[in-house]
Design a protein around this ligand. Structure first.
Ligand SMILES: [Fe+2]
Ligand SMILES: [Fe+2]
Length: 293
């Protein structure tokens, strides 16, 4: 027995810092397209995770009657804020200082999260509370994937074997480990404020359709803006090759994760392992340095 409460581990932000001065643009050597498939995360997460925090500020009063959940939500918001800031650092330094300016796309992504998914109701017949509940449902669905992808990257030894940059791997694994750590919070908030299965189902499908489109268009954008690639476009063949090499999770993995999420008796505490996440955080250079500070 590990002695860890998988449903309610302690959630506190770690104030990590990353130095991007030694990280090359293609941080998986000789794999520019696979690098950009994963780089799509850096495009989406800063705006996406700031949006989580924005929505959860409105959700906090709704969970005030459950002090433990309330505390977990505050820890979750702190962790997500540090995640957003850390991935923003990749955009502003690792990419831009090497000649890849992502702002043409990140401004649009910002618009999606602040306007399209902002506080204004998309339909007049929808109440403010129903719109908030739907957005909380979307966050629960996304958080299922951030946790299973976090667990995936903790164990993706193929990235180490391919010579991936250690600072980038540490960012992705520290973030992945914290996603595993706080994986139950968004689902528990959703169950607390709404719990309707149909809304969870609907919100999940909105995200599921958006995800492959985001990966493809995001990677195509990064390849087009990459000053060293001269118009290379990502092809399905590139994606399959990255999956075969173990550098990117495959369709089967993603579909299996969706099927688990859509079970009526789903709970995130039965996914992933907090012990595994804590074991990584104990050796993560960024998390250790944050602890010393
Ligand atoms: Fe996160
Ligand atoms: Fe998260």
């Amino acid at each position: 027995m590990s002695g860890i409460d998988e449903r309610h581990p302690e959630i506190t932000p770690r104030r990590v810092r990353f130095d991007w001065s030694e990280t090359p643009l293609h941080w998986i050597p000789d794999e520019p397209v696979a690098t950009h498939f994963i780089n799509v995360l850096h495009l989406l997460l800063p705006a996406g995770e700031r949006w989580f925090v924005h929505v959860y500020k409105q959700a906090l009063p709704l969970v005030a009657d459950d002090p433990r959940l309330h505390g977990e939500v505050r820890g979750f918001m702190g962790q997500e804020a540090v995640h957003a800031y850390s991935h923003q650092g990749v955009l502003d330094r690792q990419m831009r200082e090497r000649g890849l300016d992502p702002r043409a796309l990140t401004l649009r992504i910002e618009w999606i999260f602040t306007r399209l998914l902002g506080d204004r109701r998309p339909l007049p017949i929808m109440t403010r509370r129903a719109w908030l509940n739907l957005r909380i449902g979307i966050i629960a669905g996304i958080e299922h994937y951030t946790a299973v992808l976090g667990a995936w990257i903790l164990d993706a030894r193929e990235l180490d074997a391919a010579g991936a940059d250690p600072t980038m791997l540490d960012l992705l694994r520290w973030h992945g480990a914290e996603e595993v750590e706080h994986r139950s919070v968004a689902f528990d908030v959703y169950q607390h404020v709404s719990g309707a299965y149909w809304r969870r189902f609907l919100a999940f499908f909105a995200g599921v359709i958006a995800m492959p489109l985001a990966v493809y268009f995001g990677a195509a954008f990064l390849c087009a803006k990459d000053p060293t690639l001269h118009g290379v476009r990502p092809r399905v063949r590139d994606y399959r090759r990255a999956v075969r090499r173990g550098l990117f999770p495959g369709n089967r993995f993603m579909v299996a994760a969706a099927r688990r999420y859509l079970r009526r008796d789903y709970h995130p505490s039965r996914e992933c392992s907090t012990r595994r996440a804590l074991d990584y955080l104990a050796v993560s250079p960024a998390a250790r340095a944050a602890k010393r500070r």
